[in-house]
Design a protein around this ligand. Structure first.
Ligand code: MV4
Length: 447
């Protein structure tokens, strides 16, 4: 096992990885920008190295600085956390070339899944259910029109380099499809420097269901699904496990489909397969070759520390479980709390004047905040995750409501008030929502 891991990240996820390391007897190295010298992830780590100025590009994305920090501290391995370097194939390769262990998947797996056209072709080969669409990239606008005539309208144009909704446009008939094709291409070119696009049948009201996977290169196990449909502008806001929209048969079906495809793929590390679910059918859309923010709710219902297992498989150990050893208990919900105005979503960095995190049975708060901490303006606005477990979904919902009332983050605006509004909605309480529900709710409550 590793003796020392460098954690190439900041904030709550750096703390999350640090905690797993500590429980495994592994020492940690924090890296930080000059803006983060007082950050909690630096305070808790055994050692820390300043890797550059506040701009992420010059610090948390600075490959030479991070590799140098690993070399001078004698780290054995590098954990990228989430975001920043976590799906950067070049970085993964360089970590390995410099003699460190990469705590993540095979760089080739990152590459395949990062290109959405290549990912779909691979998914097809692995036997995953796909949304009907173009066989690969679209060659021209006429190719798009021909393809749409085949699969039917509405049709969706997506960017091959995409993810996060950029370069995605719907065509509802031939003229609007021609427009969608051009718009999607120019948006993709601007966002990714790559205007390759492909087509799928547009699903109007899906849920976003994702399956947690963990593989050791030989076997991949699934840890059940999460429902991540409560989102705004492709940013998840609330996630829950299990999904209130699936029955036991559907749950078992999608878990087994995802795990057997990932096993065929030879996947090692933590990963997530994302599906759209509509009218009893699942459609693979993409695979994330990293840990996810919301892995916590899966941990709450399975009792398994996914970061610990991710570190173990990276060190070459086999998974210590069989699929039937993964059992599910109760219900978990995560609320992502951002330093933002809860109505306008304008970021609200600044000094935390008072801080109280809720506690009690079934309550976990993953956050790097402390009283007097100054949130720098340079990074993601998510400052805390409220993660709640209950024996039943109803118990979990009542507990979330209690925790939101108890949570105090003074001195800045936060989205706590937004979560209180969501948890008061009957549709949410009923589990009756799709990927558009939150945006419709916000539009309704504005007017
Ligand atoms: C779709 C879709 C409807 N039909 N694909 C958005 C980003 C990318 N991850 C996939 N996305 C979607 N793909 C088809 N064929 C609707 C979305 C979508 C979405 C998906 C998951 C979570 C939130 C979303 C919000 C808007 C659109």
């Amino acid at each position: 096992m590793f003796e020392k891991i460098l954690i190439a990240n900041r904030g709550e996820i750096a703390l999350r990885v640090h905690r797993a390391c500590r429980e495994m007897g592994i020492r940690t190295v924090a890296v930080h920008s000059t803006a983060d010298a007082d950050a909690m992830h630096v305070r808790l780590a055994d050692e820390s190295v300043c890797i550059g100025p506040p701009l992420a590009r010059e610090s948390y994305l600075n490959i030479p600085a991070i590799l140098t920090a690993a070399a001078i501290t004698g780290a054995d391995a590098i954990h990228p956390g989430i975001g920043f370097m976590s799906e950067n194939m070049r970085f993964a390769e360089m970590v390995q070339q410099h003699g460190f262990t990469w705590i993540g998947p095979d760089p080739e797996h990152i590459r395949v899944m990062g290109d959405k056209v290549a990912a779909k072709l691979k998914a097809k080969e692995l036997g995953l259910p796909l949304v009907p669409g173009s066989a690969g990239a679209l060659a021209s606008v006429d190719d798009a029109v021909t393809c749409a005539a085949d699969i039917g309208y509405p049709a969706l144009i997506k960017a091959a380099a995409g993810g996060g909704g950029k370069g995605m446009k719907v065509g509802r008939d031939e003229p609007s499809l021609r427009e969608a094709y051009q718009l999607a291409r120019s948006e993709a070119k601007a966002a990714f420097g790559d205007d390759t696009v492909y087509m799928e049948k547009y699903l109007e009201k899906p849920r976003h269901i994702e399956v947690q996977l963990l593989g050791d290169g030989k076997t991949v196990l699934h840890f059940g699904e999460r429902d991540c449909s409560i989102q705004r502008r492709h940013q998840k806001v609330v996630e829950e496990a299990p999904s209130p929209g699936l029955n036991a048969e559907e749950r078992a079906r999608i878990g087994n489909i995802a795990a057997s495809a990932a096993t065929k793929f030879g996947y090692r590390s933590a990963g997530t397969m994302e599906f759209l679910y509509q009218d009893g059918e699942f459609y693979f859309i993409e695979m994330n070759t990293r840990l996810q923010i919301e892995h916590t709710i899966t941990e709450m219902v399975t009792g398994i520390d996914l970061v610990r297992e991710q570190i173990r498989v990276a060190s070459g150990l086999p998974l210590p479980y069989k699929q039937e050893d993964i059992t599910f208990e109760g219900h978990a919900i995560e609320c992502r709390i951002n330093a933002e105005n809860p109505e306008t979503f304008v970021p609200s960095p600044g000094v935390i004047k008072s801080y109280h995190a809720p506690g009690g049975l079934g309550v976990r708060v993953d956050s790097a905040l402390y009283d007097g901490y100054r949130i720098p303006p340079h990074y993601d606005s998510m400052i805390a995750k409220l993660i709640v477990h209950g024996r039943t979904r109803n118990e979990c919902l009542l507990r979330v409501r209690r925790c939101l009332e108890e949570f105090v983050v003074g001195g800045i605006d936060t989205t706590l008030a937004l979560h209180q509004r969501i948890i008061a909605q009957q549709d949410f309480l009923n589990g009756d929502y799709d990927i558009h529900w939150l945006e419709k709710f916000l539009a309704k409550s504005k007017s």
